[in-house]
Ligand binder design. Structure first.
Ligand code: JSK
Length: 456
């Protein structure tokens, strides 16, 4: 491996998620998910956007596979819509829903692209939310039954499985902040949801292995290095609480340490109910850890008692004033944060393998003369792929990188106003226009090395 090259078996991929790209929300037996309900509730998303049509990938998947093949993409991370497969959450399996993913997997394999399947990327069947959703322990069993239906159909061809995407976002943004479906604002509920997500992961890992001998199974966490805004003891302590809430709350139980004691003390009476074997089940060994990295979180302390967690991230203006380049999401561009994160995870938790399952940037793209030139995205990706390479050189077992995202799509509460794709979507015509970042990524993959943006 020369200085700028990646290991020979390094995997270069792109990622998407079902509700963000598929559309076709009432076709072939699909029933509503919590995101259909939420996005159709006035005031929840920018411009009232919904995933009703999205990128129409449900009908254009063959074109999308061709796009990936032309770029030399080696692996595709996508998610399966639970409400297509088990529309009412429990009970009847919908064969037509599975047929779609069956064809997609065959199409990918024909194009020499390895499928990485996420089982839960936020689209809970609404029928289950009506019975309490992830706060209800019965949803854990429903998820196990859904996963079993999927692996029975796809397990002869799919080798890489991700149980959950970003359980912190599901629990805390969906059930504490209320900015995501189901729009609940209750810390106790968020903690119970987080526990059930982790438990369901622990139960599904052995199920996937027993149903598919070649299965390699992991979970994807959104992790962010916690940086204090100043060196004051108050801000340093606030960064410790952010780390406890976002990172350690999930990593510690997954790696056999139970819930972190400082945060257990802080949550106090809000702690979730857990049954005797839950922590042992959650700590089931996995084959890899998926990490979604976008930015480090820079926080300051809030006055004690102001809010249970007692920290606040710096605003876009504060970040800009501090000299950070900031993306459309208001997130600072800090590639070194990725090296820091990967080396820390390697040192403190020692997963056998790591994949970056998401990394990318929302940039305000414009079509000019039929092309989209996105040098800021290229600079972001250049910095972060190089940061990943440095972590490998430092010994982190990083096996692959998935760029978020293959194409612009429904960015949850922000609707279609945030574009993360390396392929531009014209939502009026559904035309797909590869951006200059797509050409850059194609060259990175071909060279298996970080190539210079200036040569484009
Ligand atoms: C992009 C939220 C899944 C896929 C994409 C990342 C995200 C995030 C990522 C929070 C976070 C890290 C939490 C601490 C506090 C400051 C989606 N990922 N994506 N959306 N959200 N918060 N500042 N905003 O669409 O579906 O760290 O951050």
């Amino acid at each position: 491996m020369s200085q700028s090259h990646f290991p020979d078996d390094f995997v270069w991929g792109v990622a998407t998620a079902a509700y963000q790209i598929e559309g076709a929300v009432d076709e072939d037996g699909r029933a509503p998910s919590i995101w259909d309900t939420f996005s159709h509730t006035p005031g929840t998303t920018t411009n009232g956007d919904t995933g009703d049509v999205a990128c129409d990938h449900y009908h254009r998947w063959q074109e999308d596979i061709r796009l990936m093949r032309n770029l030399g993409i080696q692996a595709y991370r996508f998610s399966i819509a639970w409400p297509r497969v088990v529309p009412q959450g429990t009970g009847q399996v919908n064969g037509r829903g599975l047929d779609f993913y069956d064809r997609l997997v065959d199409g990918l394999l024909d194009a020499n692209i390895t499928p990485f399947v996420t089982l839960y990327h936020w689209d809970l069947p609404q029928a289950l939310q009506n019975r309490g959703g992830w706060a209800d322990r019965a949803t854990v069993d429903a998820f196990v039954a859904y996963a079993e239906a999927v692996v029975r159909r796809l397990g002869d061809r799919v080798t890489h499985w991700i149980t959950h995407n970003e359980p912190w976002v599901v629990s805390f943004v969906g059930n504490y902040e209320g900015r995501h479906a189901p729009g609940i604002q209750d810390l106790r509920t968020a903690l119970q949801v987080a526990h059930h997500l982790l438990l369901s992961h622990g139960l599904v890992v052995p199920l996937l292995r027993s149903a598919s001998a070649s299965a390699r199974v992991g979970i994807t966490l959104n992790l962010s290095p916690a940086h204090a805004a100043t060196s004051s003891p108050e801000d340093q302590a606030a960064a410790g609480r952010l780390d406890g809430n976002l990172n350690r709350w999930f990593l510690d139980p997954l790696y056999g340490r139970g819930y972190p004691e400082d945060m257990v003390a802080r949550y106090g009476a809000l702690m979730p109910q857990l049954a005797a074997d839950d922590l042992a089940r959650i700590a089931v060994p996995t084959d890899f850890l998926g990490i979604n990295y976008y930015f480090p979180t820079i926080v300051r302390a809030l006055p004690s008692g102001a809010e249970p967690l007692g920290f606040a991230p710096l605003s876009r203006d504060e970040l800009a004033t501090a000299g950070h380049d900031v993306t459309e999401m208001g997130w600072p561009v800090v590639p070194e944060g990725l090296t820091e994160l990967l080396t820390r995870i390697h040192r403190e938790y020692a997963p056998g393998a790591i994949y970056i399952t998401e990394n990318g940037a929302a940039i305000h793209d414009r079509v000019v003369d039929g092309t989209v030139h996105d040098p800021r995205r290229i600079a972001y990706l250049h910095g972060h792929t190089d940061a990943a390479r440095q972590a490998i050189a430092a010994g982190a077992p990083l096996r692959g990188y998935f760029l978020w995202s293959l194409m612009d799509n429904f960015e949850w509460g922000f609707g279609y106003s945030k574009r993360f794709g390396i392929v531009y979507i014209d939502y009026g015509t559904q035309a797909r226009i590869p951006k200059s970042s797509a050409a850059w990524y194609q060259r990175v993959i071909a060279a298996n090395a970080v190539v210079n943006a200036g040569e484009l």
